[in-house]
Structures are given as structure tokens and as C-alpha cells.
Design a protein around this ligand. Structure first.
Ligand SMILES: NC(=O)c1ccc[n+]([C@@H]2O[C@H](COP(=O)([O-])OP(=O)(O)OC[C@H]3O[C@@H](n4cnc5c(N)ncnc54)[C@H](O)[C@@H]3O)[C@@H](O)[C@H]2O)c1
Length: 509
């Protein structure tokens, strides 16, 4: 970690009301030389920004803003906050390439709440505010070396932000939700380049295949427990074996678990960390595409029962996540394809630039995937931030999973990979959403990656429908489906009539 006072300057970027000035104050409180470009600009213009804007118009304002922003960036301060629209200027964007850009990205509702009724010239009504946000979002996304969901974590993240390289291969995301906040380091060689996010000794839980490939990358280890690769490892008996091995190895509450592997290891090791001595920290080191876009974040951990999947578990946020995309080099292509489905699911839920990026992805080589993985990690932690305990918004992440899980259960968990089953579930969910064109596009994206779009004939329609009935998301009112009429617009808790459900699953046969 670069000690404070070294490293390239930090620049806070983001939409109006994102908390850039507040984040800047946190860096100043920590002793950094910090400059707020908006305040300097008001001084130079000799009038509040809103007033100057009205009197001289936007082009003149942008001209003055650009000149001043370039000058401030050139002065080499340790931290700078720039105006929300300053990044529209190409010379400013070029200057930002040599700085660590930190995108403050609170939810849009929160941005509007702060801007509404203010004197900000571009916040007159919600519809044009949202349009402007949509126009700018992609620019912030492209510039960001780090994403913070709020200025509240700026102080805690400061040391990590200063360890980043501008436009480097590794980016930082600071996840926040009800029970805590944690850093996510994502990108090529993140394991070598990132500071380790937990103290104490490391006890690694992995599967035998991943351990053989990557245990050296998470050294020094005080202990290692390996399970057999595959979903069968997510059982209470394997959890007991892991817990007993950790106890025999002398792990204490000041140590932590390292979950090195795919979603199976992440869920099992996370569950063991949640329960070992009533809870020790876990660092998630996801090595599959599925785990890097989805399962490593948000703290859902658990094991399966013979009766049903993920029936025993706990919410246990990680102490940190290191998603090294270089580990995907060794991942078998069918596993990459299965992980692509979770990427697709997250992008469909997030909509906008994330969806555009994933639909235009082309091949699934790790270097090509790195940006999409980071975007999906951001999208997932945003959903979890709004609803960590899965009582509302978080349910959007189950898009495609109701039918997907039922297909896994009806086929004995060994015919399809989880991602493959979710791909089929997505097709059913989009049919139920009345989104026929989107369904066709998603089907095409699945076919292109060699993923199944039809159910194997050996699987019975009635078994799938019966498994849907046993869905653990069932409430006394019935099963609420997640539907998606358009990308970016998921709706939860939707009733579906049995005939439509039968038809949507039958279509897969
Ligand atoms: N907790 C959550 O929020 C969440 C979300 C989605 C899925 N899940 C769970 O994730 C599990 C599926 O995870 P998965 O698809 O990652 O499967 P997995 O963990 O079984 O990994 C798939 C296979 O890839 C191998 N492998 C992993 N990384 C490798 C690498 N870098 N190189 C070579 N081989 C490698 C593993 O040994 C295994 O054989 C399911 O149990 C599902 O329920 C959890």
C-alpha cells in the first residue's frame, strides 16, 4: 500500500449530488492536500455556479470550467473533486487518465433527493435529470479506477485508493450494506497487486483442483482444507469436516478463512466462516466467472440439503473480495460459458451501459471479460446495498432462478451446471414477462456460447413444475416470480398463472 503522501493524485468524479465534496473533505481530514474544483470555480467566476450558468449560458460555463479544471489537475494536488459535467471535456478526460479516478455512485433516487429543489441548473425536473444521468453514466464508468457507493466510506477506503494505479488492470469497489462494508479488488493479477484485506492468519478452504493451481497465490497459509470439486461438497457433512479440520489446525477468532475457488467453495467456506466460533472473517477469492460476477459478493453463504438446494445458510459479508481475472485462464470453457449466464442475468437486471457491454461482448477471453466483471460486481453490490437480507429489492437477483433451480432439482443436480440451468430459467422468465424479442436475443447469446436453450427430453415437465412449487421463495400467497419486461426494469413478486408457467417451461422442451 502506498503510504499517504505518495502515489498519483485522487480525483473524485460523479454526478451532481454524488458526495464528491464530502469525500474530498474526508481526504483533507486525513491530511491530504485537497482541492474542490467547484468551490474554486465559484470564486473565479465571482458568482454562484447557478447564477453564472443562467447569465452566460452553458457553453461559456463549460469553457471556464474546463480551463480551471485543467489548471487544478496540473497543479498536482493529492486529491481533487471535479464538477459533475467537467468530464464532458476531452482534454479533461485525457488529464484524468494519469490520476486515480474515484466514481461516487449513490443510487439515482438518492441523487435526485439531494438535487431536487436545489438551485442546480440541470436539476429542474426528474425526467431530464435522469436523461442527463444516463448520458453521463458511461463516461464515469469508463474513467473509474474505483467505485464508492457513498462518500461515507471515503475515509475507510483512502489507503486502498492510494494503492491503485491509474487506468491499471485492477480496480477497486467498496461494497456497503446494512451489516458492513468491504473492498473488492477486481482485474488481472489482482492477487499480486492488491493489499490483503484481512489481518491474522489465513486458513484456506478450497477444492482440490483449484487448490493445486492457486494455493501459492494466497500464501502464507496457516492451514488448508480441500474438498472434492463439485456441488456435492456443499453439504452439512462436508461443512462439519471443514469446521473440524479448522479446529484441529488451531484456528482462532483473530484468524480468517480464505475461500479459494468457485461458487461452491465460496458458499461452503463462507458458511463455515459464519459458524466457526460464531463467526470469523472470510476473504473471498473467486476463481470462476460465476463467482467473480455474482456469488463472491453480498454475503449469501450456505449448503444444500438432499431435499433442496441452499436450504441451510447464513448471511456473512466477506472481509474483502479479490477477483483475479487471470485465474480464469485455466477455467474450462464450459464453466466460462456457464458463468456467462450470471453475467448476462446481472446485465439484464442492471440495464443501460452494463447490458450494452454484455450484449456486445463477443468472445469470452478473460481480458475481454474484465470490464464486464467489474460492472456486474458493481451492479450486484448496489442491489445488496439496498436490501442485504433479501426481503425486497435483492430478489431481483433471482431472475431466471425459480425455473432454473427447479430444472436443477428435477434433473438430480447432475445434468446441468447451475449457470446452464439459469440460462434456461431466464428464457422462461422472459417469456413470462411478455418480452419475446428480448427472449430471442438472449436465446441467441446463449446459443453463440454453446449453452443449452432446450431442456433434455429425459427431464419431465411435471417434475420441473413440481420443483417450482417447492421453491424456497414461496410465501403463503404463492410463488412470486421476478419478471423483466425490459433490460434494467426487473419487477419482483409477480404472480404467474399455472397455465402460463406450464407453457413457458414446455417451450423449453
Ligand atoms: N452465494 C451466492 O450468492 C451464489 C450466487 C450464485 C451461485 N451460487 C452457488 O455457486 C455454485 C456454483 O458455482 P460455480 O459455477 O463457480 O461452480 P464450482 O465452484 O463448482 O466450480 C466449477 C468447477 O470449476 C473448477 N474451477 C474453479 N475455478 C477454476 C479455475 N480458475 N481453473 C480451473 N478450474 C477451476 C472447480 O474445481 C469446479 O470443478 C452453486 O452452488 C450456486 O448455488 C451462490
Amino acid at each position: 500500500v502506498a503510504p499517504l503522501g505518495q502515489g498519483p493524485g485522487l480525483v473524485f468524479i460523479g454526478f451532481m449530488g454524488a458526495g464528491k465534496s464530502r469525500a474530498l473533505r474526508a481526504t483533507r481530514d486525513a491530511g491530504l492536500d485537497a482541492v474542490d474544483a467547484d468551490l474554486e470555480l465559484e470564486q473565479e467566476l465571482g458568482a454562484p455556479i447557478a447564477e453564472f450558468f443562467e447569465r452566460h449560458g452553458e457553453p461559456e460555463f463549460r469553457r471556464r470550467e474546463e480551463a480551471l479544471t485543467l489548471r487544478i489537475l496540473d497543479e498536482g494536488h493529492e486529491a481533487v473533486a471535479v464538477g459533475g459535467g467537467a468530464v464532458l471535456s476531452e482534454p479533461v478526460r485525457e488529464a484524468l487518465a494519469a490520476r486515480v479516478c474515484v466514481w461516487l455512485k449513490p443510487p439515482l433516487d438518492e441523487l435526485w433527493r439531494r438535487a431536487e429543489g436545489s438551485r442546480r441548473p440541470l436539476a429542474r425536473d426528474r425526467a431530464s435529470f435522469e436523461r442527463l444521468y444516463a448520458e453521463r453514466e458511461q463516461t464515469y464508468r469508463e474513467l473509474a479506477d474505483a467505485v464508492l457507493l457513498s462518500a461515507d466510506v471515503a475515509r475507510a477506503a483512502l489507503e486502498s485508493l492510494r494503492a491503485l494505479e491509474p487506468t491499471g488492470p485492477v480496480r477497486l469497489l467498496w461494497a456497503e450494506s446494512a451489516s458492513g462494508a468491504y473492498p473488492v479488488w477486481a482485474g488481472k493479477e489482482a492477487l499480486e497487486r492488491s493489499p490483503w484485506p484481512a489481518g491474522g492468519r489465513r486458513f484456506c478452504v478450497t477444492d482440490a483442483a483449484v487448490g493445486a493451481l492457486y494455493r501459492d497465490a494466497v500464501e502464507p497459509l496457516a492451514g488448508l482444507v480441500a474438498v472434492e470439486p463439485g456441488e456435492q461438497a456443499k453439504s452439512l457433512s462436508e461443512a462439519e469436516r471443514v469446521l473440524r479440520e479448522l479446529a484441529r489446525a488451531g484456528m482462532t477468532r483473530s484468524d480468517h478463512v480464505v475461500a479459494l475457488g468457485g461458487g461452491v467453495v465460496g458458499d461452503l467456506a463462507g458458511f463455515c466462516a459464519a459458524t466457526y466460533q460464531r463467526g470469523v472473517p472470510v476473504v473471498q477469492v473467486p476463481t470462476t466467472l460465476l463467482a467473480q460476477v455474482d456469488s463472491a459478493y453480498g454475503g449469501k453463504t450456505g449448503v444444500d440439503l438432499p431435499e433442496a438446494k441452499n436450504y441451510v445458510g447464513a448471511i456473512h459479508l466477506p472481509a474483502g473480495v479479490i477477483a483475479d481475472t487471470a485465474t480464469l485462464d485455466t477455467l474450462p470453457s464450459e464453466e466460462v460459458a456457464a458463468g456467462f449466464v450470471e453475467l448476462l442475468k446481472t446485465a439484464l437486471i442492471a440495464g443501460a451501459g452494463t447490458w450494452e457491454q454484455v450484449r456486445a461482448l463477443g468472445g469470452l477471453e478473460p481480458d475481454r471479460l474484465a470490464d464486464a466483471i467489474f460492472d456486474c460486481a458493481v451492479a450486484k453490490v448496489e442491489v445488496v446495498a439496498a436490501d442485504e437480507r433479501d426481503s425486497g429489492r435483492r430478489q431481483v437477483l433471482n431472475l431466471g432462478h425459480t425455473v432454473g433451480h427447479a430444472i436443477e432439482a428435477a434433473s438430480g443436480y447432475d445434468r446441468y451446471r447451475h449457470g446452464e440451468a439459469v440460462g434456461l430459467g431466464l428464457l422462461a422468465a422472459l417469456r413470462l414477462s411478455g418480452a419475446g424479442d428480448l427472449r430471442s436475443e438472449v436465446q441467441h447469446l446463449l446459443v453463440e456460447r454453446g449453452l443449452p436453450v432446450h431442456l433434455d427430453r429425459s427431464i419431465s415437465l411435471d417434475d420441473v413444475l413440481a420443483a417450482v412449487e417447492r421453491d424456497k421463495k414461496r410465501t403463503p400467497r404463492g410463488i412470486g416470480f421476478v419478471l423483466l419486461p425490459r433490460p434494467g426494469e426487473p419487477v419482483i413478486d409477480q404472480p404467474v398463472d399455472p397455465a402460463s408457467l406450464r407453457a413457458a417451461v414446455e417451450e423449453l422442451l
